[in-house]
Design a protein. Structure first.
Lengths: 162, 552, 71
């Protein structure tokens, strides 16, 4: 099968472009740890799973909220539910590194802080973990960006960085 | 060449075949009208222009819009178009083909009717992706199953006709249109296995109460195993128009039959094992498997890059054959005033930003910027609601007269050019503002809200107002399109060409390998197993069941 | 019904003629070793697709920049 010389150049160029995209994202993810959210590896979790009907009695979701685990490093354990988050406000010290550990007690929800790269899903039975460092002070809106029912557009919480 | 095409010129399209095509196409446009009304209302609600009367919810409308547009309009039009082209290129439809086509039509229509009723009754406000553990009425899932099974039968009809043609034409290369139809339907068969498994094994038993809980992650994975090839099921018929129909309309030739077939086979092989790129932001799937599917996703870009080259080459060579010079001289001799060319051409042009957006969405971490924001909604209003939809509109202008033995009048051609401009302008505003406000963080699938006068969220409203203006322009486009369809049905009797391009003289022969279906199906199955087996087994073994909820 | 079959055959033979004609033509020039030198000029096509490639890269880099500025 014959392919025009210029088409060969074009496909070569396209492949190179795609490989560079892949390389950049791959290096960022696997060498620099800048990766999208994944299952929580929290010590209490079995394969990052929990029983969504027993959250009140399952650590760490029996005590949702912020917990200091190191030098300006925190764990934010949160439960998404229709239509809100528990707790609905957290205060974070300026510059803190926060590990969000989130699940849902009912349907699938989203967790997005607009203006940042914090954007992930909370699913019943699964525990999502994502780390973010808050270098900017101020009040941040967290909103649910996955349709979860009639009150979906009201589902939010607040993060105060002081 | 002129002599070969004049053999068929003037020959009427057989009535039985024409009716099957027409039934599908008209059903599709009825869905477009209903979906368009919902779309208009959604855009206006989001822009804060109107509040819905009590009893109708935003998410109910959104469910109707998604189902009618993404599932019904597309599937019906595609089946109608493919049957038309298969009849044109392989000969009249065989009795068995017709029987399969009509049975498929009936099953799908029953499914659509039942599904729509349950959406209107507010018993299935789960959007067109019906994510568990939101639990709709079981009859909604049964309705979806009917649509899928019906579409399978329609696919079998095309396979049957193609096989018959090959048996009666030993050693010959199949017509390109029919080959591409078979690839499209084969993709559909393999892809729908995922959603069929989700609906039949998980959702139906659970929604009837025969089992208590559902494995949420598994259901999402099965859905997206289907969900990505779904978008290629929409796109491939548009590519058929671009590869096979457009060369004839512009008075040119198909650039390369072999490359066209190759790109279809690559799309078939690479478009299925990539569903995780819709699940990059969720737990339960390890980084390795996500990234592997990201790599496969970027591979599926390659056949589209080939397509871009072939299309430009067709244009350039057609221009050169007409004697034009200069690097871009060929642009001037394209038939800009012919809606059969212009509407699909605008679809192709818009596929450039649409495709660029798709590469961004699939780029792993970059998805954090756009995931579940209005950027995504803006993206697929370019891909499916413009590139694909405008191509389908462009097809309708000749397909309807061709199968009803009428002709496209100059007046309708002109209305078609207007319709195309209205659509493009409306989409520029609607999709443009969706993209922009999405980058700022505005979520998709969300009714009007400022999150309690939050300053940031209030800043998104002006963009959503522009979105609503674009939506209104688009709705005018829907109405004009519906009028055009009506007028096409009243057009004067006569003959309208079913444009099927011919290959360039002296093009290379097409490798026989391209029609060894076992090989391509085999590669596809291997890739699917590589990409999915381990993560899915893990999901089944470790998954925790969730009860169902009705949160609307 | 029998006439459905016969007419479908004649129809399809006519429909397929152009494609098989093209095949025969290329087959009558076995090997076609000169194809490389006889390639048509596709300069305009090449420039067009490279612009397309440039557009993809530019948009990708734009969103990457947004991502980095928010990280
Ligand atoms: C009159 C023309 C149209 C208008 C005004 C319109 C408007 C909209 C709006 C405002 C949304 C919802 C935004 C959100 O809250 O997330 C939406 C969603 C959607 N539209 Fe359209 N649209 C139109 C045509 C189409 C067409 C032709 C298609 C496909 C063929 C389409 C497919 C979709 C899909 C799949 C969704 C997503 C539904 C979901 O998120 O569940 N739209 N449209
Ligand atoms: Cu929500
Ligand atoms: Cu996809």
């Amino acid at each position: 099968m014959h392919i025009h010389r210029l088409e060969k150049i074009w496909i070569g160029f396209g492949l190179a472009m795609l490989l560079i995209f892949l390389l950049l994202t791959g290096v960022a993810a696997f060498a620099m740890g800048i990766s999208p959210p994944s299952s929580s590896s929290h010590e209490n979790m079995h394969h990052g799973k929990v029983d969504p009907t027993k959250l009140q009695t399952t650590a760490p979701f029996d005590k949702p909220g912020l917990k200091q685990i190191g030098d300006n490093e925190y764990e934010a354990v949160l439960i998404a539910y229709a239509f809100g988050y528990n707790p609905d406000t957290i205060d974070i010290p300026h510059g803190a590194k926060v590990h969000f550990i989130v699940t849902s007690s009912d349907v699938v929800h989203g967790f997005e802080i607009p203006g940042t790269n914090v954007n992930f899903m909370a699913e019943p039975g699964e525990v999502t973990e994502l780390t973010h460092t808050f270098d900017k002070a101020g009040q941040f809106l967290v909103l649910c960006n996955e349709y979860c029912g009639t009150g979906h557009e009201m589902m939010k919480m607040t993060i105060n960085v002081k | 060449m002129i002599s070969t095409s004049s053999i068929t010129a003037g020959k009427p399209f057989h009535e039985n075949d024409g009716q099957l095509v027409l039934a599908h196409v008209l059903f599709a446009f009825a869905a477009l009208l209903l979906g368009g009304i919902a779309g208009l209302l959604q855009a206006m609600v989001r822009g804060g222009t109107i509040t819905l009367p009590h009893g109708i919810g935003y998410y109910q409308l959104l469910t109707a819009h998604g189902v009618l547009m993404a599932l019904i309009f597309t599937t019906y039009f595609i089946i109608g178009f493919l049957y038309g082209g298969v009849a044109k290129t392989t000969g009249r439809l065989l009795p068995t083909t017709l029987a399969l086509g009509w049975t498929g039509f009936l099953l799908m229509s029953m499914g659509t009717a039942v599904g729509t009723v349950f959406i209107l009754l507010n018993k299935a406000t789960v959007l067109y992706t019906f994510y568990a553990p939101m639990k709709a009425s079981p009859y909604f899932y049964v309705a979806l199953a009917l649509v899928v099974v019906g579409s399978w039968l329609s696919g079998y009809g095309i396979f049957y006709q193609y096989n018959y043609w090959r048996k009666t034409h030993p050693g010959e290369r199949s017509p390109l249109f029919s080959f591409m139809s078979v690839v499209t339907m084969l993709l559909w068969q393999v892809a729908t296995l995922g959603v069929a498994a989700e609906v039949l094994i998980q959702l139906i038993p659970w929604s009837f109460g025969w089992v208590d809980t559902i494995n949420v992650l598994l259901s999402r994975t099965l859905f997206w195993y289907f969900g990505h090839p779904l978008v290629y099921f929409w796109l491939l018929p548009a590519y058929i128009c671009w590869y096979v129909v457009i060369p004839k309309v512009i008075g040119g030739r198909i650039y390369s039959d072999a490359l066209a077939r190759l790109s279809f086979l690559l799309l078939f092989v690479f478009s299925i094992p990539v569903g995780f790129h819709h699940q990059l932001m969720e737990p339960g799937i390890s980084q390795f498997w996500k990234f592997l599917q990201v790599a496969l996703t970027l591979m599926v870009v390659v056949p589209s890059l080939m397509t871009a080259f072939s299309l430009f080459a067709t244009f350039e060579l057609a221009g050169r054959a007409k004697g034009v010079r200069g690097v871009f001289g060929w642009l001037k001799v394209l038939p800009w005033n012919d809606v059969r060319f212009f509407a699909p051409f605008m679809g192709m042009l818009i596929f450039i930003p649409a495709g660029a957006g798709g590469v961004i969405n699939a780029s792993y971490q970059l998805d954090e910027v756009v995931h579940n924001t209005l950027w995504i909604t803006g993206h697929f209003h370019l891909t499916v609601a413009t590139s694909v939809a405008l191509t389908f509109f462009g097809i309708a202008y000749w397909l309807i007269p061709a199968v009803t033995n009428r002709r496209l009048t100059p007046r309708l051609n002109k209305l078609g050019l207007w319709q195309t401009w209205i659509w493009v302008i409306g989409m520029f505003f609607m999709s443009g503002s969706m993209h922009t406000v999405g980058l700022l963080g505005a979520p998709r699938r969300t009714a009007y809200t400022t999150y309690g006068d939050n300053a940031q969220a209030s800043g998104w409203i002006p963009y959503e107002v522009v979105m609503a203006i674009g939506g209104m322009i688009l709705f005018v486009g829907v109405l004009l399109m519906i009028y055009n369809i009506y007028a096409l049905l009243q057009a004067p009797a006569g003959y309208e060409e079913f444009p099927i391009g011919e290959e360039l003289d002296g093009a290379e022969p097409t490798p026989k390998l391209f029609e060894r279906w076992g090989v391509w199906l085999g590669i596809s199955v291997v890739l699917i197993f590589v990409a999915y087996t381990i993560p899915v087994v893990e999901m089944i073994q470790t998954g925790v069941g969730s009860p169902g909820y009705k949160t609307w | 019904m029998t006439d459905t079959f016969t007419s479908s055959r004649t129809r399809s033979a006519a429909g397929n003629q152009p494609a098989s004609a093209a095949e025969n033509q290329s087959a009558s020039r076995p090997g076609d070793k000169t194809a490389e030198t006889k390639e048509p000029s596709l300069k305009g096509t090449f420039i067009a697709v490279m612009l397309l490639g440039g557009f993809i890269i530019a948009s990708w880099v734009l969103v990457l920049a947004l991502f980095l500025s928010r990280n």
